[in-house]
Design a protein around this ligand. Sequence first.
Ligand code: FEO
Length: 170
Amino acid sequence: MLSKKMAKALNAQFNFEIYSGYIYAAMSSWFKSKNLNGFANWMNVQMREEFDHASMFYAYMHDCGSDVFYDAVPKPKSTWRDSGDVFKDALSHERKVTSNINNLVDLAIEEHDHATNARMQWFVSEQVEEEANALGVIQQIDLSKGSPDALMLLDRELGQRMYTPVGQGE
Ligand code: FEO
């Protein structure tokens, strides 16, 4: 059973994961409008992963006997200067998610809520990967600066990213 405070905090993160999905959906659409379809694919996969993260919070809360409440989703940003600008926003968003997850772990420890702490550890590891992924693309974009050919090659590479459901059965 979750404390009221923990249920509220988990519910907030459930909604934040949905918001994350919206942000990546908007980023995907921006790339699509620039005909950078590989970048758009990468963001689309990211969006789906975020909705999986939300589902994991949903499942965990219901398993603990807590209801889940849907908030209004804030309007995401829809225009950026260039590809690097988009991924810098993505990285900064992921750092915010990491901070949220760390706060949830802190609360779980404070409340001696071992089950929630254990569940959050999956997200702790996932966030290392999430930040590394965004940072990796920023570095590749930086390397391709000034070379449209290099950017098109990167677009092709990002087009290879495949969606595989995350967190299933974990
Ligand atoms: Fe659900 Fe990208 O963190």
